[in-house]
Design a binder for this molecule. Structure first.
Ligand code: C2E
Ligand code: MG
Ligand code: MG
Length: 637
């Protein structure tokens, strides 16, 4: 039976033309031209190889994966393709759904797409072949070719069409991967440049931009400013309300900073609770101050977190420069040091960088660093020693006609025999030792020395030896988990009964890391040691908390003794503490007695235990031994 649509057996494919077409499409991958360009090459190559009257490509797009015309050769094919898109029916759709090519001798009579077929008849297009554009299971679209003559495409033609389509599809897949890769690359870059929590740029991006602006300034002079913002109290919110609340606080503050800035100002999250603003093209340095003021104003409103109001507060340091030789690091460091100045003045303040102040800060910092490195050497080379200051019990002073008291205890005070600076008192280096964490090592060393000295006095003086040792422990030592163990071991090694030891802690020490501190205090008391609150009256506790404080002894700070004769308030504090202390059966020691008048006044107020240079200044173990030999008690005036 004769098939009216059979393909023309003479239709073959010119191999040279086909090879040229393959080359043409292959070039698209090297040139990285993009998917539309690949399709255009495919379309042109195919029309040339198959000598058709038109061709088109439909690609999925839009909603629901409907097909859209990506390209069509001009003329009637264009209209037919558009009709396929509009009706969402036709040979391309059939191929798209089935994934199979079609080869129709006359589309006007084969198929069941009445709208499309009517148009094909009008446009006088009959033979049509479709080829899916698929690669690695992904369908990039469908290509169709048309002839106005009837008759199916020959096997050779279909093979050529399939070859070209496969080649183009492979390239489309590569291009797709490339696009995905560059998208991923962009996203990675975006992530690396931005802080995920606040969406602000991160440290290095700001530093890069700052470097860029500074280089620009060598050519075009301008003034710029760096604002260093430190958010106060983030740790407090994290610790008390939780980290989610801390995150919310950070986000809100970042938004408010942004609201205070001008368009084009750069805001970066620099670290945990640190932010940096870069202001370019300043008309005047006051503009930077105005921005700082606006930021502070933005923060006046409390932030509502988790149903409660949190009052955010920041300290801002401002550094302005028009010097293109400045480095980003120096500018940031200037703004940072100004920020510390601001923090020092109080929360919610700003300060502008001042080179003189900076130089002074630096010198102080360098001196502290030097001291620390020397301090590290002090311990192994035995430069640290203990001096002792008696605490005198004057309970019976009046009965004995004010002539004498007895030694109630000695307080151990750290001293450093510095190789070039001579003997340093504790106030010259204890803070540095505390800040460096070095104090625990020093503390153990000094307690050992003090206990050894106490044992020596026991041997020398028997019942007349100082009965107790008061030993200072700083807040970080107090949170060190090994403290009570170490103290117990040292006491045992030196043969000193723990009941003879009083650990001096400050009120502030009681409240830092309360849990760790409380455990140590319990363990020390279990050991048998007593506690004293040192510098009482200068810390957080109020008189009403006296009752809760687990200390046997209160040491009233020397500031009150100093003001005693001149200020009624100081007298009132001393009187009240004595009264309360004695009622609560605490031993109250008054520190810093420097004159006979002070001593007299204190005794009249009811003080019993005194300490100070008037009675006896701190002195070495050897010097105190000598004093004790000579009957120290009688020397006290
Ligand atoms: P603190 O425990 O309140 O010690 C009293 C300080 O006042 C000592 O200063 C002492 O020399 C001084 N002082 C004594 N009598 C008078 C006086 O009549 N007038 C005046 N103006 N001052 C007097 P120092 O030795 O410089 O110690 C300062 C602080 O360093 C101590 O204050 C204590 O908190 C700390 N400290 C001392 N030794 C150690 C130690 O071994 N470990 C730790 N963690 N801290 C220590
Ligand atoms: Mg003390
Ligand atoms: Mg004190």
């Amino acid at each position: 039976m004769h098939d009216p649509f059979a393909s023309d057996p003479d239709r073959t494919v010119d191999t040279a033309v086909l090879l040229a077409a393959v080359d043409d499409i292959a070039s698209t991958v090297a040139d990285d031209v993009g998917s539309l360009e690949i399709l255009r090459h495919l379309l042109l190559a195919t029309t040339r190889v198959l000598q058709v009257d038109g061709a088109g490509v439909l690609v999925p797009g839009g909603t629901g994966g409907t097909l859209q015309v990506a390209l069509a050769s001009s003329g009637p094919v264009e209209e037919l393709e558009r009709l396929q898109e509009e009706l969402q029916e036709g040979p391309c759709h059939a191929t798209y759904v089935s994934g199979q090519p079609l080869n129709l001798g006359d589309v006007v009579v084969e198929g069941s797409w009445p709208g499309y077929q009517g148009a094909a008849a009008l446009l006088d297009l009959h033979a049509v072949a479709t080829m899916p554009l698929t690669s690695r299971g992904e369908t990039f679209g469908v290509m169709d070719v048309y002839r106005s003559a009837t008759g199916r495409f020959s096997e050779a033609e279909m093979a050529a069409l399939a070859t070209l389509a496969r080649l183009a599809s492979t390239h489309l897949a590569v291009d797709h991967d490339r696009a995905k890769a560059s998208l991923a690359q962009r996203e990675l870059a975006r992530q690396a440049m931005h802080d995920p929590l606040t969406g602000l740029i991160v440290r290095w991006v700001l530093l890069e931009q700052l470097q860029h602006v500074l280089s620009r300034m060598t050519r075009h002079p301008e003034s710029i400013a760096v604002l260093f913002i430190d958010l106060d109290g983030l740790k407090y919110v994290n610790d008390t309300v939780g980290h989610l609340a801390g995150d919310a606080l950070l986000r809100t503050c970042a938004d408010r900073f942004r609201a205070a800035l001008r368009e084009g100002d750069l805001l970066a999250r620099f670290g945990g609770d640190e932010f940096v603003v870069l202001l370019e093209r300043l008309g005047h340095r006051d503009e930077a101050v105005a921005v700082a003021t606006r930021i502070l104003e933005e923060l006046l409103e409390p932030v509502r977190i988790d149903g409660r109001d949190v009052q955010p507060s920041v300290s801002i340091g401002v550094a302005v420069t028009d010097d293109p030789q400045a480095t980003p690091e120096a500018l940031i460091s200037h703004a940072d040091s100004a920020m510390y100045r601001a923090k020092h003045i109080g929360p919610g303040r700003y300060a502008v960088f001042d080179p003189d102040v900076y130089a002074a800060d630096r010198t102080r910092h360098e001196r502290r660093e030097l001291l620390l490195s020397q301090l590290r050497q002090a311990l192994p080379t035995d430069q640290l020693e203990v001096h002792y200051q008696p605490i005198v019990d004057e309970s019976f002073a009046f009965e004995r006609d004010g002539a004498t008291g007895t030694i109630y205890a000695v307080e151990a005070l750290a001293r450093w025999r510095h190789p070039s600076r001579g003997l340093l008192t504790a106030s010259a280096f204890v803070d540095t030792a505390i800040r460096s964490g070095f104090i625990t090592d020093i503390g153990r060393h000094l307690l050992t020395a003090a206990c050894r000295q106490l044992a020596t006095w026991d041997d020398l003086f028997g019942a007349q030896a100082p009965p107790r040792l008061f030993f200072n422990v700083s807040p970080p030592e107090l949170t060190w988990p090994g403290l009570a163990d170490a103290v117990g071991r040292i006491l045992a090694d030196q043969g000193i009964a723990p009941q003879r030891l009083t650990i001096e802690i400050t009120e502030n020490g009681l409240f830092s890391k309360p849990q760790a501190t409380a455990r140590n205090l319990d363990e020390l008391r279990d050991l048998g040691a007593e506690l004293a609150i040192d510098d009482f009256g200068t810390g957080y506790s109020s008189l009403s908390r006296l009752v809760e404080i687990p200390a046997r002894t209160l040491k009233v700070d020397q500031a009150f003794t100093h003001d005693l004769l001149a200020h009624a308030e100081a007298r009132a504090v001393v009187t009240t503490v004595l009264l309360l202390g004695h009622n609560l059966r605490r031993t109250v020691v008054i520190e810093g007695v420097e004159t006979g008048e002070q001593r007299q006044a204190l005794l009249e107020l009811g003080a019993t235990h005194l300490q100070g240079n008037y009675l006896c200044a701190p002195r070495s173990g050897g010097a105190l031994t000598a004093a004790l030999r000579e009957g120290w008690g009688e020397r006290v005036r």
